[in-house]
Design a binder for this molecule. Structure first.
Ligand code: NAD
Length: 751
């Protein structure tokens, strides 16, 4: 029998403590959450986990299991201190290790003899070294050996998983400490792998998680193909799983999870059919449909070419926390979540990692749409480039340059955004439009008396400024932007400025005849032609600008992203290029790899696929209900999986919030997770059971595959619904049976 202190009374800590006590050890659990410890002292388990209450009760009664909030009560006299505290996702996707660090510090303060400190929290490789350092620095009197012993239990079957594990992984720089931990597990008769250094054991956990995520992404991709060719992905997975080399687990087609990262006002150039418009991300999301093809302007990292590429998904998620404003030279700025990735000269980096040493690309398109369509590089990269509509529209509408000049004049006078037709015009019409605008609202001046010249214009419309920057980029010109207020004005003015002899000459025809002469003469007087400053041009389509600042500010609202397969980028406000966003799952491992100069291609693909999966349900609902506004949608299940009340990373939260944002009324029922959900989702109506949920609803969505949903009286459900629509996010029903019952049924990967 050993004396064990367990740090943290969560799913992992409490299960570990109760199981070790049941194996005959003397266990004391310490948690900083007083309320939790109080509940446990009164024989109440603060979360739902089958069988845990009985186990806790039995061992508490037998005197083998105790609870405290004091490390001084728990640690002195213990042979082991097992850290099982939370490791939430931190800024930039890496694991937040502050709880682990705090726990190590408190252990060090309370230690009164040699101790083996076991890390069970899920942490990235190298964390063990950090824990050792904290222990050493805080307590020089007593030595503690650190051992990594990652936990693989699954909520809902935690006790079974702890008592009958597939394997136990233990790693330490100190072999004796590793073997001492192995002794704790001897009664389980399970295979034990002791690794000769701590990093290997830490890596086993991360690699296992990434592999499982890869299996899910794999089958979700197969599901999307299956849907298109008329195969049933659920049966495809069953057939695959019968192969012993593959096995059936983690091949369930279902809901991945969303993630997205720019605020809704940031813009993209969108092409649908032969219409191109400059659109805010929030609107792209609202209008996005997986049926009609949506293309967005994207930038190809390998070749630096620019063109339209198919967006496979638009995502939205609620975000509360610090939003980052990334500011660059030439006055570009974009608001994004801290974990939003950017393409930099040195590979992909998250917003929170950007600093003054980083350069970001601005996309310049100096070719017409038709020429771009022939750009072989983008086609090869997998992005779908469709034929440019530019010339066609121009010929059909037969609009003269003069007319476009007139449109430009109108834009200048009214300060309204550029008309959508702008984007499909040939270059000469774009120039005419810009000339019209410039002659209304532009000006030119000498820099410090000459001979260098700049062109400048100002507008109070953010949309117009964004449009002008992009239009100038279409003509091969990189303008800078400055936002400021004149003394008299109460509104921001966006000042666009064009400098450099070549750039100014390129735009001479924007100006009146009389002005052109003065400018040309001045430029000719330059001994050395001035080059534009503030960016570095590379190839025909890219200007690199340095990051000049990243500012944080509080934010609560929706954030958005787009998925553009192949190129993985899109061109946002002011022409700045941003990467598609990463979903949470494998992000920490990927961030770690990037820190060590390795670009994890497969992990990126896994994340991309995972991200889109959750939004499929929304697409299917929108299609079946012809829109979501005012529709009543019932969620069958909220917990992230059956037999638990855990809502962390549960798809239900995102799905409910997206539906609410789209104007739907959302109801929900879950056998265990309603209490927690009421706090997270107060706008949702919670019902007594599944039948109440169905009554009067336009659609039901199966979010969690609780067994009781499989046994519903579906005839009764259908009779009470306003429309018999079921979107089965977990494929628990048989499509044929559902159709025979008269439901409009949509599964995942088996329509
Ligand atoms: N839940 C799972 O299925 C699962 C499975 C395998 C591994 N893990 C990992 O195990 C770890 C714990 O997960 P969980 O689900 O049990 O988390 P949890 O949030 O349910 O519990 C963590 C507990 O730690 C306590 N705590 C935080 N800081 C503390 C401190 N300084 N001292 C004492 N107590 C402190 C919290 O109050 C909380 O009660 C995480 O790293 C997680 O990734 C979880």
């Amino acid at each position: 029998m050993s004396r064990v202190a367990v740090i943290g009374a969560g799913y992992v800590g409490l299960t570990t403590a109760a199981c070790l006590a049941d194996l005959g050890n003397d266990v004391i659990v310490v948690d900083i959450n007083r309320e939790k410890i109080n509940q446990l002292l009164h024989n109440h388990v603060p979360f739902f986990e089958p069988g845990l209450i009985e186990l806790v009760e039995r061992n508490t009664k037998a005197g083998r299991l105790n609870f405290t909030t004091s490390y001084r009560e728990a640690v002195p006299g213990a042979e082991y201190a097992i850290i099982a505290v939370s490791t939430p996702e931190g800024e930039g996707g890496e694991a937040d290790l502050s709880f682990v660090e705090a726990a190590a510090g408190s252990i060090a303060d309370a230690m009164d003899g040699p101790l083996v400190v076991v890390n069970k929290s899920t942490v990235p490789p190298l964390t063990g070294d950090m824990v050792s350092k904290v222990l050493r620095n805080r307590n020089q009197k007593h030595t503690a050996e650190v051992v990594s012993n990652p936990e693989f239990l699954r909520e809902g079957s935690a006790i079974q998983d702890f008592m009958h594990p597939d394997r136990i992984v233990i790693g330490s720089h100190d072999r004796a400490a590793g073997e001492k931990v192995a002794k704790l597990y001897e009664p389980l008769n399970a295979p034990i792998l002791i690794t000769p250094n701590i990093y290997t054991a830490e890596m086993v956990k991360y690699a296992s998680n990434a592999f499982l995520a890869a299996r899910i992404s794999f089958i979700n991709e197969i599901a999307r193909i299956s849907e298109r060719v008329g195969a049933d992905a659920k049966l495809v997975a069953e057939g695959m799983g019968m192969d012993k080399r593959i096995g059936p687990s983690y091949l369930d087609v279902g809901l991945g999870y969303g993630g997205s990262c720019l605020v809704g006002e940031e813009t993209v150039l969108v092409r649908r059919g032969d219409r191109v418009s400059l659109t805010a991300l929030a609107q792209v999301f609202t209008e996005f449909s997986s049926i009609e093809e949506t293309e967005v302007l994207a930038w190809q990292p390998e070749t630096g070419s620019v063109g339209f590429a198919r967006a496979s998904a638009a995502t939205m998620r609620p975000f509360a926390g610090e939003i980052f404003e990334v500011r660059t030279q030439m006055g570009r700025r974009v608001l994004c979540t801290p974990d939003h990735p950017f393409v930099t000269r040195d590979g992909v980096k998250l917003a929170s990692e950007l600093g003054p040493e980083d350069c970001l690309p601005i996309a310049i398109s100096s070719q017409s749409g038709a020429e771009l369509a022939r750009s072989q590089e983008l086609v090869r990269s997998g992005a779908h480039m469709s034929a440019g509509a530019a010339t066609e529209v121009a010929v059909r509408t037969e609009l003269s340059s003069g007319l476009w000049r007139g449109v430009g004049m109108h834009v200048a006078a009214e300060q309204v955004p550029l008309p959508d037709l702008t984007w499909t015009q040939p270059v000469e019409h774009k120039r005419a439009l810009l000339a019209g605008y410039w002659q209304g609202d532009g000006s030119w001046s000498y820099i410090r008396g000459g001979p260098s010249v700049i062109l400048e214009c100002g507008t109070t419309s953010r949309e117009l400024a964004d449009g002008l920057l992009r239009l100038l980029a279409d003509l091969g010109v990189v303008a800078s932007m400055r936002v400021g207020r004149t003394t008299k004005s109460t509104r921001d003015t966006y000042w666009l400025r064009i400098s450099g002899a070549d750039q100014v000459e390129n735009l001479l025809d924007l100006l009146r005849e009389s002005e052109r002469k003065a400018i040309t003469e001045s430029i000719d007087r330059q001994k050395k032609r001035t080059a534009p400053t503030g960016y570095r041009r590379e190839g025909a389509n890219t200007a690199w600008v340095r990051v000049v600042g990243v500012e944080r500010r509080p934010f609560a609202g929706a954030v958005y992203s787009l998925e553009v397969p192949g190129v993985h980028t899109f061109v946002t406000t002011g022409g700045l290029v941003t990467h598609n966003c990463f979903p949470k799952d494998v992000k920490a491992l990927s961030a770690l790899a990037e820190r060590f100069d390795y670009h994890p291609e497969l992990l990126h693909a896994v994340m991309d696929i995972n991200r889109d999966q959750r939004m499929l349900v929304i697409d299917k609902l929108r299609e079946c209900l012809e829109g979501l506004n005012d529709r009543i949608v019932g969620l069958l299940g909220l917990a992230f999986k059956p037999n638990t009340d855990d809502l962390r990373e549960a798809p239900s939260i995102d799905i409910a919030r997206v539906l609410l944002a789209a104007g739907a009324q959302v109801r929900a029922f879950d056998p265990a997770a309603m209490e927690g959900a009421r706090v997270k989702l107060p706008e949702v109506e919670y019902t007594r059971d599944s039948y109440d949920l169905a009554a009067g609803a336009d659609a039901l969505v199966v979010v969690t595959e609780w067994n009781e949903f499989r046994r519903l009286d579906l005839g009764r459900v259908k009779a009470s619904m306003r429309r018999p629509v079921i979107v089965d996010g977990r494929n628990i029903y048989d499509p044929q049976v559902m159709r025979d019952l008269g439901f409009t049924y949509r599964g995942i990967g088996r329509d």
